[in-house]
Ligand binder design. Sequence first.
Ligand SMILES: NC(=O)c1ccc[n+]([C@@H]2O[C@H](COP(=O)([O-])OP(=O)(O)OC[C@H]3O[C@@H](n4cnc5c(N)ncnc54)[C@H](OP(=O)(O)O)[C@@H]3O)[C@@H](O)[C@H]2O)c1
Length: 280
Amino acid sequence: MSTITGSNADRSTVLITGGSKGIGLELAKQFAMRGCNLVLAARSETDLEHAAKQLESENGCRVSICPLDLTADGGVNELYRQVGEMGIQVDILVNNAGAGDVGPFAESDLNRQLAMLQLNIVVLTALTRLFLPGMIERGNGRILNVASLAAYFSGGANWASYVASKHYVLAFTRGLASELSGTGVRITALCPGPTATGFVGEAGAGDMPIYRWMPKLSPSKVAEAGYRAAMAGRTTATPGLLNKLFAFLGELPPRTVAQSVFGFLSRNPSPGSTGSRRVS
Ligand SMILES: NC(=O)c1ccc[n+]([C@@H]2O[C@H](COP(=O)([O-])OP(=O)(O)OC[C@H]3O[C@@H](n4cnc5c(N)ncnc54)[C@H](OP(=O)(O)O)[C@@H]3O)[C@@H](O)[C@H]2O)c1
């Protein structure tokens, strides 16, 4: 039996993709400290086991792990099957796992680009489609989609497909939020700005102006804002004052003004670079 009312997620079970590191792990802590049980999915079994041990010992909750690559053929169905086989009802779905691919698009690795779009868009959409009907049937549930501050901008040079993928996450979330009105299920897009996780270094995004000049929030601050927004049933959450300002700017007409500012922040950090790098 689970209850999701107001800011109370007690006794609910939360499925978090990418729950082994970074923002996903901090979101896991937010839910665990309020008495939730967890299912964490990511590729590295070692990282998942480490996270599960820590969460269980600090919070006394039950943590199940699903080590798998969500972008692999049948990855999403395999996760759905494993959760069903464990007899777990997912009350809250957190679509957090995401990848970035920074660099000039024409020089990018096509397979990396496609895997990123698969994870950021297709996996998130498929998991939502699989777990949403049960929530609607129970008249109770939460979905938290991790988008990005970049989602507020309709395009960004040097990470054009990443920005577009996060734009999708925000638009998808807003559309579903209207559709779900009155069902008891709420959906939220968390839109973090630069955040201090492995994402930044691995992407080679550290040299981009947006990561050099804008303050990086801690993943715990970002996660707390995401948790609170999801439990309050808010459609969007953008942690940090400066990020809120940029999000506001991104929504203002004329779009070209916001686009120019974002274009400046997305300048190519290394114009001579020969390829892009993927983070996950
Ligand atoms: N950090 C930022 O500045 C920032 C800003 C805005 C938005 N975001 C978004 O925040 C989300 C979390 O990012 P983060 O910064 O916390 O990154 P992170 O520290 O690199 O964590 C990514 C998580 O996703 C998992 N993952 C990656 N690829 C996967 C795959 N194919 N299948 C299953 N799991 C996979 C990773 O575990 P394994 O590697 O073991 O699979 C890890 O648990 C992403 O959606 C990202 O786009 C981040």
